[in-house]
Design a protein around this ligand. Structure first.
Ligand code: ZN
Length: 176
């Protein structure tokens, strides 16, 4: 069964009903976000309220949570907090963008339908850094004691191959 945030919703009906929708969206399942970022995990939650303003369907959305991204300097994970509140105008066709007043961001709801996931994705594409980096270069994990592949053998590892056989020498001696 598809999660509620992935269901296409009729924006006119939502606006007429002044609907409120609570959501929880796993970021790794948003395809456009995933294609833009090397790695994205985490979850955001929030609420979207639909209404009308000057003949347009408007969505007020608050989103909060955290995105786990890969730092593009050290490739280790970093957490980017997400905390935003937006008011967007939903338009059924790109031609309607000209009707959107300047203080509203137009978001395309093709054919008058959109999923909560698409709305969240639209916001996160703007909110998250395209090239995520740890704020301080010193926060980047320096690979000093990183468990390198094929690195230093562990004391608790497999028994050594070169185990000495104390009687091997004795055997040789006895054969003399
Ligand atoms: Zn880093």
């Amino acid at each position: 069964m598809s999660p509620p945030w992935s269901k296409p919703l009729d924006i006119d009906r939502l606006a007429d009903g002044e609907a409120d929708i609570d959501f929880a969206v796993p970021l790794a399942e948003l395809p456009r976000l995933r294609s833009q970022l090397a790695s994205v995990e985490g979850m955001v939650r929030g609420r979207v309220h639909f209404t009308r303003e000057s003949g347009l369907v408007v969505a007020d959305m608050t989103v909060s949570g955290a995105a786990t991204l890969a730092c593009q300097r050290c490739l280790h994970t970093m957490t980017e907090p997400v905390e935003s509140s937006v008011r967007v105008a939903l338009i059924a066709a790109e031609a309607d963008a000209s009707r959107v007043p300047e203080h509203l961001e137009p978001v395309l709801a093709l054919g008058g339908r959109i999923t909560v996931g698409e709305l969240v994705e639209e916001e996160l594409l703007l909110a998250l850094p395209i090239v995520p980096l740890h704020v301080q270069a010193s926060d980047c994990a320096v690979p000093v004691d990183a468990p390198a592949a094929g690195g230093v053998p562990h004391a608790s590892g497999a028994p050594e191959q070169t185990t000495q056989k104390p009687f091997a020498q004795l055997d040789k001696l006895l054969k003399r």
